[in-house]
Design a protein around this ligand. Structure first.
Ligand code: UDP
Ligand code: MG
Length: 316
């Protein structure tokens, strides 16, 4: 079995060489079991020496294939590029920052041997800040009520995928890629195992609060139109409420005669409704924005340098 290690790298000069040594070591251990390995590194427009290091690694090790983007296109695009360039019978997607322990590769390969198409590593939240753990829990609880695929806390991109899973993922050509959801959407026999979260040693996570929030919204909006449905129901609910309120006002005017208080009620109703409408417009706008990006059919990334040919064509 040929195993492709797919790793997106963005400003990883501090750990890249150590990462490669670590996976190389695993490759040596898997060789006697009849498994070969190739390494597909995607430089996502790094500003540091990542590309230089990749070239050096490729010179030293013929199994290294690298692709370098013309600019930073984001991890999702890097993952896509990596999977497109992978030629293995299965692919293992992992971060280059050593937060995904290379040791676990052996476990994944073993479970693949038992016939699973996706072997998913689920990280614990040890070492995470309480606020992040808490919001993550809340988010997953909420989102699983809203989306069609099951998203699990701690399950990320670290996973092994069989060739048919990789091909299925590559056939999803959508521009807005929410990999977590795409992998879950593809399905096939899957199994999950837990591992202890490793705290980042070098550099820093590229996640900010804002990017996390945006990522959360992407997850919500990428998989169905339920938020639009919710808008319809909310609108209908408000109409019903307004009807009842009007009936009450008219009724009380008939009984008590017309009085003219109600300044607070008016202002509250106006601002609340304006808020609801803006939010709903935003939801609709988000979907239209997505359609806009889809219809443009722009490539997901542009390649600046590589030592391999594309195995799968760009957008069909
Ligand atoms: N990454 C990337 N492009 C980006 C941001 C990150 O390819 O724009 C890569 C990064 O090099 C790493 C992986 O994606 O291998 C995960 O990134 P990071 O460690 O910042 O995220 P976290 O581990 O905090 O989720
Ligand atoms: Mg990381």
């Amino acid at each position: 079995m040929l195993i492709s290690i797919v790793a997106p790298c963005y400003n990883e000069e501090d750990v890249l060489v150590r990462f490669h040594e670590a996976v190389q070591k695993i490759a040596e251990e898997l060789l006697p079991l009849g498994h070969d390995m190739e390494f597909v590194y995607v430089d996502d427009g790094s500003r540091d020496r990542t590309l230089t290091l990749l070239k050096e690694l490729a010179d030293l090790d013929a199994r290294v294939r690298y692709v370098s983007f013309s600019r930073n296109f984001g991890k999702e695009s890097a993952l896509l590029a990596g999977l497109r360039h992978a030629t293995g019978d299965c692919a293992i997607v992992m971060d280059a920052d050593l937060q995904h322990p290379p040791e676990l590769i052996k476990r994944m390969v073993e479970l693949r041997g038992q016939g699973y198409d996706q072997v998913i590593a689920k990280r614990t939240r040890a070492g995470d800040r309480f606020t992040r753990t808490f919001t993550a829990r809340l988010y997953y609880r909420l989102i699983n009520r809203l989306v069609d695929v099951e998203l699990v806390d701690g399950v990320g991109d670290f996973r092994l995928m069989s060739r048919r899973v990789v091909d299925a993922v590559l056939d999803l050509t959508e521009y807005n890629r929410f990999s977590k959801g795409l992998f879950a959407w593809v399905g096939f026999p899957s199994t999950t195992f837990e591992y202890e979260n490793a705290v980042r040693e070098h550099g820093r996570s590229s996640w900010t609060l804002r990017s996390l929030l945006n990522y959360g919204l992407d997850g919500l909006l990428s998989f169905n139109n339920r938020p639009l449905r919710a808008a319809v129901y909310l609108g209908l609910g408000l109409v019903l409420l307004a009807g009842v309120y009007t009936a009450w006002i008219v009724g009380s005017a008939l009984v008590n005669g017309v009085t003219a208080p109600g300044y607070v009620t008016t202002i509250t109703a106006v601002t609340a409704l304006a808020g609801v409408q803006m939010t709903m417009l935003g939801v609709i706008g988000e979907y239209i924005g997505r359609i806009y990006y889809e219809v443009k059919r722009r490539p997901h990334f542009l390649v600046k340098a590589t030592n391999v040919e594309l195995t799968k064509d760009l957008i069909p």
